[in-house]
Design a protein around this ligand. Structure first.
Ligand SMILES: [Zn+2]
Length: 120
């Protein structure tokens, strides 16, 4: 099995393999570039609005960068991993058994408040 897999990877037919992968993803390189450019534009807008919101909050509520760092760390840890990102992981509700997102502190279906272990 492993041999077959390796043979497939190292075959001289790289171009058609790439085309197959692109076809499987439903996008070609030009489309991906366009999408990437659009996403960069969206991230730029989001970063601007994020900064504007933060500066507005600082002015109006006398918050500091330390306050922001503190809450960011707390939110980061909700998914059980301190990785500087808000990783979304599925959490099964112990009460109704349905799947919610770790981003939320409670079950979206029955409203049960999750304890920290349920988030990990
Ligand atoms: Zn529930």
């Amino acid at each position: 099995m492993m041999g077959m897999w390796m043979a497939g990877l190292t075959g001289g037919d790289q171009d058609s393999r790439q085309q197959q992968q692109q076809a499987a993803m439903g996008m070609n390189v030009a489309e991906l570039r366009t999408e990437l450019r659009e996403m960069r534009g969206q991230i730029g807008k989001l970063a601007l609005m994020n900064q504007a919101l933060w500066e507005l909050l600082c002015q109006r509520l006398q918050l500091t960068d330390d306050d922001l760092a503190k809450i960011a760390q707390e939110i980061d840890l909700r998914d059980g991993t301190a990785d500087g990102k808000m990783t979304e992981s599925p959490v099964r509700c112990p009460q109704c058994g349905r799947i919610s997102n770790s981003r939320h502190w409670k079950c979206l279906y029955c409203g049960l408040q999750f304890e920290k272990p349920a988030m990990g």
